[in-house]
Design a protein around this ligand. Structure first.
Ligand SMILES: NC(=O)c1ccc[n+]([C@@H]2O[C@H](COP(=O)([O-])OP(=O)(O)OC[C@H]3O[C@@H](n4cnc5c(N)ncnc54)[C@H](OP(=O)(O)O)[C@@H]3O)[C@@H](O)[C@H]2O)c1
Length: 281
C-alpha cells in the first residue's frame, strides 16, 4: 500500500451526523485531516463537529440536503474557499425505504433516488473541475450489499445503490488517467440508525430479527482507509461479505431464489409470532 500523508488534507463527508459518516469523520480528524461536514440535523451535526474539532480545529459544517443541487454546489464552493482545496470527497449520505413495492409511492422512489443517487452525483460534479485541475483527488462513494443484489422490501434502495456502483465504475474509467482515485465501499449489516429505522417499520427483516450479526460503523471506517491507501476500486466491509457478492455474480439466479425462499420462511414465522401474541407487533 502506498503511504498517504493525511496531515493538512481536506475531506468533505456527506451524512456525517450519525453512524458510518460520523465514525469516518472522527477517524479522519484523528489523522490530521480537516473536515467539512454536511447533513440535515443541525444538532447532531454539531455534535460530530465537536468531536472532530478535538483533533482538527479548523473543520467546519454546513446544514442542508445533498438531494438539493444548489446546496451541494455551495458545500463544495464553501469547502474550497474555507480550506483552500479538497482532497477527499466521501459521498456517504443515504436513506432507506424498507417497504413492499406494492406500497411504495412515487414520492418514496423520488426521494431515495434524489438523496442516495443524485446526492452522490451533485457533489462529485461540483468538485471535479477542482480535482481535475490539481490532477489529484479521491472520490469515495457509499454502496451496499444491495449494489450487487436486491433484498426483499428494498427494491428502490437497491436500485439507488446499483446506480451508485455503475456511476462509480464510470467515474473510475473517465478519471483514472487524470490522477483521481474513485472507490466504492459496500457495507454489510452495520449497527446504525438506518437499521433502527427498519426495526421501527415493524416489517420483517433479517437485519432486525436477531438472525444477522450487525457490525459497528468502525468496520466501514477501516475499509475507508483500505481503499484510500490501497487505491482500491471496490471493497466490502467487513471483507468476508465480498464472498456473497462474488457468489451472486457467479450464480445470480440461485442466490435470488435462495433470498426469496428465506424471506418467505421469515414472513411465515413473523406471522406465526404475531398470531401467538394476539396480533400485536
Ligand atoms: N447501516 C447499514 O447496514 C448500511 C449497509 C449498507 C450501506 N449503508 C449506507 O451507509 C451510509 C450511511 O448510513 P448509516 O448506516 O450510517 O445510517 P445513518 O446513521 O442513518 O446515517 C445516514 C446519514 O445520512 C444523512 N442524510 C440522510 N439524508 C440526507 C440528506 N438528504 N442530506 C444530507 N445528509 C443526509 C443523515 O443525516 P441527517 O438525517 O442529519 O440528514 C446521516 O448522517 C448510507 O449511504 C447507507 O445507505 C448502510
Amino acid at each position: 500500500m502506498a503511504k498517504v500523508e493525511y496531515e493538512d488534507r481536506v475531506a468533505v463527508i456527506t451524512g456525517a451526523s450519525s453512524g458510518i459518516g460520523e465514525q469516518m469523520a472522527v477517524d479522519l480528524a484523528r489523522r490530521g485531516v480537516t473536515l467539512c461536514l454536511i447533513a440535515r440535523r443541525k444538532d447532531r451535526l454539531e455534535q460530530t463537529l465537536q468531536r472532530v474539532q478535538e483533533h482538527s480545529p479548523k473543520s467546519s459544517m454546513i446544514v442542508g440536503s445533498v438531494g438539493d443541487r444548489e446546496t451541494c454546489e455551495r458545500l463544495i464552493a464553501e469547502a474550497l474557499s474555507a480550506h483552500g482545496g479538497i482532497d477527499f470527497l466521501i459521498n456517504n449520505a443515504g436513506i432507506m425505504r424498507h417497504r413492499d413495492v406494492a406500497e411504495l409511492t412515487a414520492e418514496d422512489a423520488e426521494s431515495v433516488m434524489q438523496i442516495n443517487f443524485l446526492g452522490t452525483v451533485y457533489p462529485t460534479l461540483a468538485v471535479l473541475p477542482h480535482m481535475i485541475d490539481r490532477g489529484e483527488g479521491w472520490i469515495i462513494n457509499m454502496g451496499s450489499g444491495t449494489s450487487h443484489m436486491a433484498l426483499p422490501l428494498e427494491a428502490i434502495y437497491a436500485a439507488s445503490k446499483h446506480a451508485i456502483r455503475g456511476w462509480s465504475e464510470g467515474l473510475w474509467l473517465d478519471l483514472k488517467a487524470r490522477g483521481i482515485s474513485v472507490s466504492v465501499i459496500h457495507p454489510g449489516p452495520i449497527d446504525t440508525e438506518m437499521v433502527e429505522g427498519i426495526a421501527a417499520t415493524g416489517e420483517p427483516s433479517r437485519l432486525t430479527d436477531g438472525s444477522t450479526k450487525l457490525y459497528p460503523p468502525q468496520v466501514v471506517s477501516d475499509a475507508l482507509f483500505r481503499v484510500i491507501e490501497g487505491r482500491q476500486f471496490e471493497v466490502s466491509a467487513p471483507p468476508r461479505y465480498g464472498f456473497v457478492y462474488w457468489l451472486h455474480g457467479v450464480m445470480p439466479g440461485a442466490l435470488r431464489r435462495g433470498i426469496f425462499w428465506d424471506a418467505q420462511r421469515a414472513a411465515r414465522s413473523d406471522r406465526a409470532l404475531r398470531g401467538a401474541s394476539g396480533g400485536s407487533s
